[in-house]
Every structure is written in C-alpha cells, then in structure tokens.
Design a binder for this molecule. Structure first.
Ligand code: PMP
Length: 441
C-alpha cells in the first residue's frame, strides 16, 4: 500500500529528498495533468516535473515516439555518435531557435540534467574569453553541482558545501515586489543597468571583466519572478558593449512555458548562449547548450560525458518540440496563463495574505505574506513561508499538487502542462482558492 511505500522510502532515502516530503503521494498512473495515487486518489498536477512536462504525463505523441525507437531496433546508447534520432532532434530544435542562433549556432550535448548544461555553458565562456569571473543574480537557481550551485542565489545552499566561489559576483535581480532599486519597470531597469555598468567600468573596483553573465529570464525556483523586458534589453546591451557573453538559462522557461517558445523572445534579446533542459527531453533526461559559433573554441573532447546521447529522450524531445510548435501551445499558454493571472489577482484583492501575483504564460507565482506584521522598508509585507506550506498541504487534500519556491519558500508556484484545459484551469484556481481560505483560518 501507499503508506508502506512512503514509510520505506522515508527510512531509506537521503535526508536531502525534497518533493517527497511535502507531497506524500505515490503516483502509479498519470495522463495529461492528472496523477493517480496508489491510494486511488486523483490529483491535478501543477508541478508537472518542475515544469518539465510541457505536454503533461504520457502524451500519446511522446509515447508513440518512444515506442517507435524501441520497435525499430535502433541502439539506445551510442555515446555521442550521430544517429537519425539525434539528427531529427537537432533539426527540430534548431527550427525553434532565434534565427541568429539557428543560422550560426553550435550545439553541445550535455547531460543528463540542467545543472550539467549550466556547468558546460560557464566552462565554455570561460574558455572562449580566457577570463574566469561570472555575473549572476540574487535569487537565481541554476542547479546543484559545483559551478551551478555557486552561481545560485541561495547562500545557505552554497555554504552547506563550502562553496564560496570568489569569481562569481551576484547582482540584484529585478524582483519588483521587493524592489532592490526602489522602483520597478523601466526606471528600475535603467538604474540596474547604470549600477552594473559602474561596477564593470570602475578601473579600481576589483570587478575584472567577467567571462559571462548568467541569467534566468523568469526566475523559477527564486519565486517566479519575471524580469522586465526593458531590463533584459539593458543587460543585453551592456554585455554586448563590453564583449561579455550573455548566457540565458532557459531550463525552466523554455518550450512554450512563458507564452513564447523561448522566454527571450518576449524582449527580443538574443543571448550568446542558451542553456536548455527539462521540457526539451519530452519528460526524459536531456540537456544541451546552444551558442554562437565564435564561442566554439573548444578542442575535440574538451567537454565529454557518457550520457550525452539518450536516444529515447531525443525522440521524446523531438515529438514535444514539434507538437508544441505545430499546435502553437506557447500561444495557448499565454492565453490561459493571462486568464489565470487575472483570476488570481482577484483573489489577491480578497485575501490580504496574497501579497503578489505574478507570472508569464503558464509559469505563475502567488506570494503569500503576513498582513499582521509591518511592511518592510520597500513597502512589502513580510513573507509567510508557514502559511505557504499550509496552503500546499490544503491544496493536496483537495487534489491539487503545487510546489513552493522563492527566497523564503513563501511563493506557491503553478507550472501546469501547456495542454491544460480551460476547465482544468478553473478547477486549479477553485482548489487553490479554497486551500488559501482553509490555510488562513
Ligand atoms: N536552471 C534552472 C533555471 C532550473 O529551474 C533548474 C531546475 N529547477 C536547473 C537549472 C537545474 O536543472 P536540474 O535540476 O535538471 O539539474
């Protein structure tokens, strides 16, 4: 039974296990956005593999693509050798990329996880520029291995592994609700750009020209914080003017999630490097870096790895990329996401504990706050992580799986599959609204 499985897992698995702690569900079957637990209960899945499942669970086109490889007798593992499956994936991926990168770009297969691709991207720009510094942002999340962890915004996580990489400088991310510049939007973007330029151009400031700037277009784990387009354009200009490669980590924002196929498209910026994972593998592990040809200064074998050629993931990924593109699911995500945001903003007006509602497409965050305590110096109410955990638990009781994020763990994150129906979106919001009401009591 479910309880026995949960008990054995809790006894044997590392204390570091995460989702399994707050979501005691034992999934046995899943389809679309519905998961069925071993106890027979059904859940609407708004975590969806932390944003991995663009088409939801077990989408027929994904299953068919995997079966086709299995039935064809093609090898499942051939390191990084060329195969028809890999060729199809690369072709499908390049068809989706910003034209500047598609026409004159290179792909490095990494793998199998997002963090591996982040490591590869940083290594690439360090090699290409001969420099070592890296600019990253407060609240960032890039993974849990050496460089990706050091690049992140979570000091506790970094300290836990004794990771204090002096070559990494964190700048304030434009988190308008708790605004580091005292003002959001375009004016905030302008101030941030000037601040960054001052740091970079001060001859005695100690900040050597860095090898690159690494950013998320919408921070995910950091609490669903979309960067204003004006800010992204300023960062692009500033890095371009100084010959600093810009790396966009689109691990979570990619493949239609934010309402554009790639989140960089909203602002029109073209990064020098894009880090891609999660949805590109159609629910199987796959991670790549794509970048401008000029950065391809690596010698053969400079970046290797046994699992850079997962044939099943590439086939599932090809099917996913094609399906999202052909069915314009990114546009759907924009439409349904906008409607969900509107309804959530209504909730915010109703519940004083909902401090902020934000998002882009189907990447949505609801920041819970404590209205009984005084506002901080920027006018925002204190974060309410305990309330957020209670909302998550109440949501689960109502058959809704949501994840938490943010600097304080006080942001409820919604990352439903892009195939979510209007009725499912309504059901998610009904259950979330009930959960907030129950948790607040
Ligand atoms: N970058 C971003 C933006 C992410 O959201 C994540 C995962 N949440 C990662 C990198 C790391 O990916 P993985 O967990 O596959 O290592």
């Amino acid at each position: 039974g479910a309880d026995a499985i949960l008990g054995r897992q809790a006894a044997r698995e590392s204390a570091a296990r995460t989702y399994a702690r707050s979501l005691p569900v034992v999934p046995v079957r899943a389809r679309g956005m519905t998961i069925e637990g071993a106890d027979g209960r059904r859940y609407l899945d708004c975590l969806a593999g932390a944003g991995t499942l663009a088409l939801g669970h077990n989408h027929p086109v994904v299953l068919e693509a995997i079966r086709a490889v299995l039935d064809s007798g093609a090898p499942l593992h051939v390191l990084d050798l060329a195969t028809p499956v890999k060729d199809a994936f690369t072709t499908a991926l390049f068809e989706t990329l910003p034209p500047e990168l598609a026409e004159n770009g290179r792909i490095q297969f990494c793998g199998p996880a997002g963090t591996d691709a982040v490591e590869a991207a940083v290594k690439l720009v360090r090699h290409a520029t001969g420099r070592s510094g890296l600019l990253t942002f407060t609240g960032a999340y890039h993974g849990m291995t050496a460089v990706s962890l050091a690049a992140g915004g979570d000091t506790t996580a970094r300290a836990a592994v004794g990771e204090a990489d002096a070559r990494i400088t964190r700048l304030p991310y434009p988190y308008d609700y708790r605004c580091p510049f005292g003002v959001g939007g375009d004016r905030g973007a302008e101030l941030s750009a000037r601040w960054t330029a001052t740091l970079l151009d001060d001859p005695k400031g100690g900040l050597q020209p860095p090898a690159g700037m690494l950013l998320e277009v919408v921070q995910g784990e950091g609490g669903v914080v979309p960067a204003p387009d004006a800010w992204l354009r300023r960062m692009r200009q500033l890095t371009k003017d100084r010959g600093i490669p810009l790396i966009a980590d689109e691990v979570q924002t990619g493949v239609g999630r934010t309402g554009a196929f790639w989140a960089v498209e909203h602002s029109g910026i073209v990064p020098d490097v894009m880090v891609l994972s999660k949805a590109i593998g159609g629910s199987l592990p796959l991670a790549v870096v794509v970048y401008r040809e000029e950065l391809d200064t690596w010698h053969p074998g400079a970046h290797a790895g046994t699992f850079r050629g997962n044939q099943l993931a590439m086939a599932a990924g090809t099917a996913t990329l094609r399906y999202v593109r052909e069915n314009r699911l990114h546009e759907r995500a924009a439409r349904i996401g906008a409607r969900m945001l509107t309804r959530l903003r209504g909730l915010a007006a109703h519940y004083p504990c909902v401090g902020d509602v934000r998002g882009r497409g189907l990447m949505i965050g609801v920041e819970l706050v404590d209205p009984a305590r005084p506002r901080d110096e920027y006018g925002a109410l204190p974060a309410a992580p305990r309330l957020a955990a209670a909302v998550q638990a109440q949501a689960l009781r109502r058959g809704l799986i949501v994840e938490l994020g943010g600097r304080h763990g006080s942001v409820v994150r919604l990352l439903p599959p892009l195939t979510i129906t209007d009725e499912q979106a309504e059901a998610v919001l009904d259950r979330l609204s009930d959960a907030i009401a129950a948790a607040e009591r």
